[in-house]
Write a protein that binds this ligand. Structure first.
Ligand SMILES: *Cc1c(COP(=O)(O)O)cnc(C)c1O
Length: 399
């Protein structure tokens, strides 16, 4: 380190000129699926070949189910071919109807699961720190037609579980969580699956934990499992009896195999995500116009599946969308999750809501999820940070 470097402020020292920064040779996506060692998968395939059993509650699926039961410390788990159908059938099995209070700041499948049950979504606003449903807004939106709350642990950040449970109890509402992003997340040493009446986890390849595609419900009422087993398998009770109009939402043996193998590596994936987040936070902490979600309370074990930041155009000197485009020029594919809000999609924009969704609308304009996945190297993160810092520096030079 020479003398000049030492007297410069850290953000000036970190700034590179655009000439020093070259686009990545290969695209850097927001995420990348973890793939277990191919020998592990091959050994599992051999077993499936030997069994000659590919789907319909096969031996690998049964093993996966009991593994997850142990992991989540409950027998009340049911596996599906994807998270969307898990949620849709969970709502159907519980007989949820009328209005359900939910968030517009989520992946569109949350709302689609309501739609296919002929349930009216009632969108209410989120809180500004971790983007989960604002309990006060939830309570204000309750009507005689409300039957449930469908909250989302968005980016794996836990909802205000105590407040929501209290509201649900006082108003006799079912409390359901879309925990698609929250595999591995714990509160007070207890899996997030134990909060609310039912939780849905997605095992889609884009999620931190995956089984190629897949989904799971966890629930409190042990009698519910039988209904879910009917619903995901055409309503069959026996060879000759169909007891309800079910559908086909079963997980197959190859998915179950992938799920078993990825689970073995989950702790490592979480640890790698933690290290990546630490670099982003350190490198970008003092960049004006960028906001990180505040650190989670110490009783939360987070899974580091996403790295959202907010870009404030006035302070950063560039809009979120411009930054997103500039990163693309360097082969970096950040994602604007969750923009547009679900309530702004053509198929839901006529859904009436009394809540102006002020916070959600602002966040949707500013949010940007930066790349984070187990094998992104730390130099690449540095380079992404260099580029972001460079653009802010350009603004500073113009001031
Ligand atoms: C991915 C996702 C889903 C849907 O899960 P699939 O397994 O892809 O069907 C539902 N809700 C949220 C919040 C998601 O991110």
């Amino acid at each position: 380190m020479n003398d000049t470097t030492e007297i410069m402020s850290p953000d000036v020292r970190d700034r590179k000129t655009l000439l020093e920064l070259k686009p990545f040779d290969k695209p850097i996506y927001v995420t990348r699926p973890y793939l277990p060692p191919i020998e592990e998968f091959a050994a599992g395939l051999q077993e499936i070949w030997d069994n000659q059993w590919l789907t319909n509650n096969g031996p690998v699926l049964q093993r996966f189910t009991s593994t997850l039961s142990r992991y989540f410390q409950t027998d009340n788990v049911c596996l599906f071919n994807n998270g969307t159908l898990a949620l849709q059938l969970g709502l159907q099995g519980m007989g949820i109807s009328g209005e359900v209070i939910t968030t517009p700041f989520t992946f569109v499948a949350t709302t689609h699961a309501l739609y296919w049950n002929k349930i009216r979504p009632v969108f209410v606003d989120i809180e500004p720190d971790h983007y989960t449903l604002d309990p006060e807004k939830v309570e204000a939106a309750i009507t005689p037609w409300t039957s449930a709350i469908l909250a989302v642990h968005v980016f794996g950040y836990p909802c205000k579980v105590k407040e929501l449970a209290d509201i649900a109890r006082r108003h006799n509402l079912t409390l359901i969580y879309d925990a698609a992003h929250a595999f591995g997340v714990e509160i007070d040493g207890k899996s997030i699956a134990h909060y609310g009446d039912m939780s849905m986890f997605s095992f889609h390849a884009t999620k931190l934990y995956h089984s190629i595609e897949g989904g799971m419900l966890t629930f409190q009422d042990s009698g519910f499992k039988q209904i879910l087993d009917y619903l995901k398998n055409f309503g069959f009770k026996s060879e000759t009896e169909v007891v309800m109009p079910g559908t086909n939402a079963k997980m197959n043996e190859l998915q179950a195999l992938m799920g078993i193998l990825v689970l073995k590596h989950l702790d490592d994936l979480i640890e790698k995500g933690r290290a990546i987040e630490a670099i982003y936070r350190e490198r970008l902490a003092d960049v004006p116009g960028l906001k990180f979600p505040p650190p989670l309370p110490p009783n939360v074990r987070y899974n580091y599946g996403y790295m959202p930041i907010e870009v404030n155009e006035a302070e950063f000197g560039m809009s979120r969308d411009r930054l997103y485009e500039e990163l693309k020029k360097f082969n970096i594919y950040a994602r604007r999750y969750f923009y547009p809000l679900v309530s702004d999609f053509a198929c839901y924009q006529n859904v009436q809501t009394r809540d102006p969704l002020t916070v959600a609308k602002g966040v949707a304009e500013r949010i940007l999820c930066l790349p984070t996945y187990y094998n992104i190297d730390h130099d690449s993160i540095d380079k992404i940070c260099d580029l972001i810092t460079y653009h802010r520096g350009q603004f500073e030079d113009r001031l």
